[in-house]
Design a protein around this ligand. Structure first.
Ligand SMILES: [Zn+2]
Length: 322
């Protein structure tokens, strides 16, 4: 019976980001049967919700039997109350107190689960990826925003008011730049992709480059590959700040695995090496010896697959109640 279900029933999920919305359709074993993505072209607020609708509608249209979709999972940046299905505060996409679950359930008439993207990613990696079998895990999303999904003793840790995992707002340099949260020296203000690009741009201008030159993560990756000393320095500094934050986490929760994911990891081995070096002498030797730092096995799909798992759980829950 379970095999029948696996083959014939599906869950749709989306990962919302500032640049695009990835949608997948997975069967009950977690195998992806379809995927699509919708560029957001800078859309924010309620406009972005229209793109979520579009991504889900497109994903459903890829199935020969759309009625076999049992539930929806959504992974989004920001502070999310999963129980209420409300995005409390996602300032990068201008969602404040958005009742996303109710909005999506009304449109698609399917049980929907809404989760923070790093939480969804750690669920995805624990179920299908690099963290299978691990009990104490942290997934770190390094992108425009920096956040973490934390699994302790095999369960997702959300905190008393669902706000746990805000790794990006750990202060790693009290004299550092101001963060959009208002504080100074937050990890996100130092290693978020916007912060990295801004620093790379400053260096380029200081070296006599044109002030208006577009600089993004890909520019830095290319410079790194070409052995550019400025890019290497940028990467090493980022590694130190990430290392300072992770050293605190390693001492505090003693994880066995830290999965480093998100767009910034495209910087590759130079970043990972810098993080590992930065941890030496910052984290206590014994907990540090017990932790492995790895890349996600699900690539860019960790959060979407995790959201699918959570969407499926909600579909079962709704089914059981009815
Ligand atoms: Zn902050």
């Amino acid at each position: 019976v379970l095999l029948e279900l696996n083959r014939d029933h599906f869950v749709m999920s989306v990962e919302v980001s500032a640049t695009d919305i990835r949608a997948i359709v997975a069967d009950f074993s977690g195998a992806q049967v379809a995927h699509t993505s919708v560029p957001t072209r800078g859309a924010k607020g309620y406009q972005l919700i229209e793109h979520v609708f579009e991504a889900l509608a497109r994903a459903r249209s890829l199935l020969t039997s759309p009625s076999a979709v049992m539930g929806i999972g959504i992974a989004t940046p920001g502070l999310v109350d999963d129980e209420a299905g409300i995005v409390r505060d996602a300032d990068t996409i201008e969602w404040v107190d958005v009742p996303l679950r109710a909005i999506v359930e009304e449109r698609f008439r399917l049980p929907t689960h809404v989760e923070n993207n790093a939480n969804a990613a750690v669920v995805g990696e624990c179920r299908y990826g690099a963290a299978r079998g691990a009990r104490n895990v942290m997934y770190v999303n390094l992108g425009v925003g920096v956040g973490a999904g934390i699994v302790i003793d095999g369960s997702l840790y959300r905190g008393s008011s669902k706000m746990a995992g805000e790794l990006g707002h750990l202060i790693v340099d009290p004299d550092g730049p101001q963060c959009h949260c208002g504080h100074y020296g937050c990890l996100e203000a130092l290693v978020g992709t916007d912060a990295l690009a801004a620093r790379a741009r400053e260096r380029l201008v200081a070296a006599g480059g044109p002030p208006g030159a577009p600089v993004d993560l890909d520019t830095i990756t290319r410079a790194l590959a070409a052995g550019d000393a400025g890019a290497v320095g940028l990467c090493q500094n980022a590694g130190v700040w990430i290392g300072v934050a992770l050293a605190g986490v390693i001492d505090l929760i003693n994880p066995e695995l830290i999965v480093l994911g998100g767009p910034t990891t495209r910087l590759g081995p130079p970043l990972f090496d810098a993080v590992r070096r930065a941890l030496e002498g910052r984290a206590l030797a014994l907990p540090l010896a017990g932790v492995r730092i790895v890349a996600p096995e699900l690539g860019g799909d960790s959060a979407a697959l995790g959201a699918a798992v959570l969407g499926l759980d909600r579909a079962w829950m709704v089914e059981e109640r009815s």
